[in-house]
Ligand binder design. Sequence first.
Ligand SMILES: *Cc1c(COP(=O)(O)O)cnc(C)c1O
Length: 431
Amino acid sequence: MLHKNLSINEKGHLEFAGVDTTVVAKEYGTPAYLIDENMVLENFKTYQNAMKTHMGEGSKPLFASKALSYTGIYRLISEVGGCIDIVSPGELYTAVNAGFDMSNAFFHGSNKTNADIAYGLKEGVGYFIVDNVFELEEISKQAKDLGITQKILLRVTPGIDPHTHAKINTGKVDSKFGAPIETGMAEKLFCKVMETPNVSLEGFHSHIGSQIFEIEPFSDAARIMLEFVAMLHDKYGFDTNYLNLGGGFGVQYTKDDPQIDYAERIEKLSAEIKEHCRDFGIKQPNILMEPGRSIVAAAGLTIYEIGATKEIEGFKNYASVDGGMTDNPRYALYQSPYTCVLANKMNEKCDFVCTIAGRCCESGDLIQENVAIPEPSRGDILAVLCTGAYNYSMASNYNRIPRPPIIAIRDGKARIAVRRETYADLCSLDE
Ligand SMILES: *Cc1c(COP(=O)(O)O)cnc(C)c1O
């Protein structure tokens, strides 16, 4: 099957992380997100080991927690001594709630408020990734009041278009994120940092986009960044400690996506980085990467119950589920591909081609179109694969639909990691 944590058992049911998904559906209800914690750890350790081996002792991954943020995920990363990136005070709060060592946190965001900055400083966030001069001045001011020096990286745009979807493409010169190198803005921001008290510049960050399978765009970005690093060394005598290349390695959502070996990609990328450093005559900085989806996507799966089905003679078929764009908005947002299967009919012929629709009052509320599954009956369990990233974290309460629970599976045992929202939860903020 698509990923190694998936199999079909003797009953013809879909097994995920060693548990029968139809049994989980009965026990915990639908819709529900399932998270394979063993796979999260394994994926993260793959990055940790490969980066340390090939890029040097100080090189490491930061889990991009916007892909999946709940208390338990920060505990998992903590278990393996990992670092995280956070992009909002809500993610920061969740990490603190998990008891995460915040000196291992990198605080992103293109428009941090004064309150965000105060919160990050109070909680001892290790590194702020500074996007602009406004935020730089505020960090400096607040750090001065606290009598501390805050470590920072600068977010820089290398001007790379990795040929992916426009909405998840962030490294181009005209991006809303960071200071472009090409226009001289990045150098100006660097000069500004050099004369700003109470901040210490540790390095630079770039993120070129997501769902990238080749190393070429990363290597190109690294080259531009290292040329910039070399220029700062020659012109200003500045030594860069960290070069953060962002996130973005792709995952296999469907059979049409390639399956890549992250350790091998990291090894190849490190060879290219070494070559660029040789070309520019500089010492290689420690490398950071920020994988999100490649850590958690395949470690997640969503189960739904099939309700209505509809065959519109001569047009198309629909199968409706008890969730939809509220728990997975990615098809509605970007027509993201997903693999859908009937978890209780895995050995039956997939001869019913249909659109999987959600329950919202919104015709765009679709999980996927042109899906081939066995003829569905009311009560069948539909599983959508590879939903660990950007599903729970992008979920909403549109139509006052409660968010599904996260059922975590560790060593073949399932437990509730985030409970299902209740109707009372929905009204809990209402006066
Ligand atoms: C979204 C994002 C990531 C993670 O991207 P993935 O495709 O999930 O790996 C990492 N870094 C930054 C700055 C991001 O915006």
